[in-house]
Design a protein around this ligand. Sequence first.
Ligand code: AMP
Ligand code: TRP
Length: 327
Amino acid sequence: MVRTMSGIQPTGNLHIGNYLGALVNFVELQQQYESFFCVVDLHALTQRPEAAVLQRAVREVAIGMLASGVDPDKATLFVQSHVPQHSELAWILTCLTPLGDLNRMTQFKDKSAQQPENINAGLFTYPILQTADIALYRAERVPVGEDQDQHLELARETLRRFNFVYGETFPDPQTVRSKAPRVIGLDGQAKMSKSKGNEIGLFETADETMLKLRGAKTDPARLRKSDKGTPEVCNIFSYHGYFTSAEQREEIAAGCRSAQLGCFDCKKMLAANMEAVKGPIRERAAVLRSDPARLDDILAAGADKARAAAEATMQLVRERVGLRRKD
Ligand code: AMP
Ligand code: TRP
C-alpha cells in the first residue's frame, strides 16, 4: 500500500497556514494511503526550546492534528523522538549528503538570520533529518506547504543517491499540495509563520481573530470607506478565498469595488466564516486536552506502529550499508 508521511514542528501554536497548507491534506490522504503523521520534536531542538515548553508544544501539536481530523484509527500519529530510528537513519544519510547541497538551502539562511546567536549544526543538517523521516516509512506522498519544496527536492536527490550507491531501496517521495500551499501572513508581507508573529492561530476564538483582523492591512489604495477598492490586491480578500463561499465572495468583491461594503464589515464576515471552521476544531481540542491519558495512549500506540515500520526499513538499510553482521 502506498504510504504518506508528514511532520509538523512543535515550535509554537498551529496557525491557519499549517491547517490549510498541510493538515487539510493529512485528513484527506489518510482515507486512501497508509499514513504516518509525526510531531517532529528533534527538529524543534534546533531552536533550543526550554524542556517544559517543548513538552507542552508536542502535546498541543498532536492535539491540533487530532482536532483537525487526523483519525488515530486510520493514521499513525506519533512523536519523532519516540522512534529512535529517525536519528539512526539521519546519520547514515548525513554521510551521503554533499555540503554543497545543504549550502543552497534558503531556510538555513532564513533561520540563521532569525537566531544569529544560535547557528547550530542541526539547523544546517535539518533537511537530512527530514529526509530520514520520509525514507524510514518509504513514503511516496508528502503533504506539505510550498516552503518545503527545497527540502523535498534535497530528499529526492539524497534518496536517489542512496539507491545508486547501495541498490534500489527507497521510492521517490512526491510532494502533495493543498489548495493553499502558501498562506500569506496578516502583515501581507510574508508567509504566515509561527516565528513572525503574523499568524491567525487555529485555536483562537472569534473575538481574538477579529481583534487581529481589525489591525490588518487591506487594499492600500482604499483609505476611506467611500474609496472604491480592488479585492484582487487585498490580503483579507485572499483569506476569503479559503473560507467563504463563491457566492458570498462575489457579493463582497462587488461591494468592495463599488464602495458599498466597508473593510470592517468585510473582516467581520471573514471572522465569522473562519469561526465556522475553527470553532469545532477548538471544541475538539478542548475535549482532548481534558483527557491527557487518552492522548498518551494514542501517541504510545502510534509510536509502537511507527517503530515496527521503521525497524523493518532499518534492517534493510543496515544490511545494504554494511552495518549488520551476517553470521
Ligand atoms: P511547520 O510549522 O514549519 O512545521 O510547518 C508545518 C506544515 O505547515 C508544513 O507542511 C508547512 O509547509 C506548512 N505551512 C507552514 N506555514 C504555511 C503557510 N503560511 N502556508 C501554507 N503552508 C504552511
Ligand atoms: N520541515 C518541515 C517543516 O518545517 C517539518 C517536517 C519534518 C516534515 N519532517 C518532515 C515535513 C517530513 C514532511 C515530511 O514544516
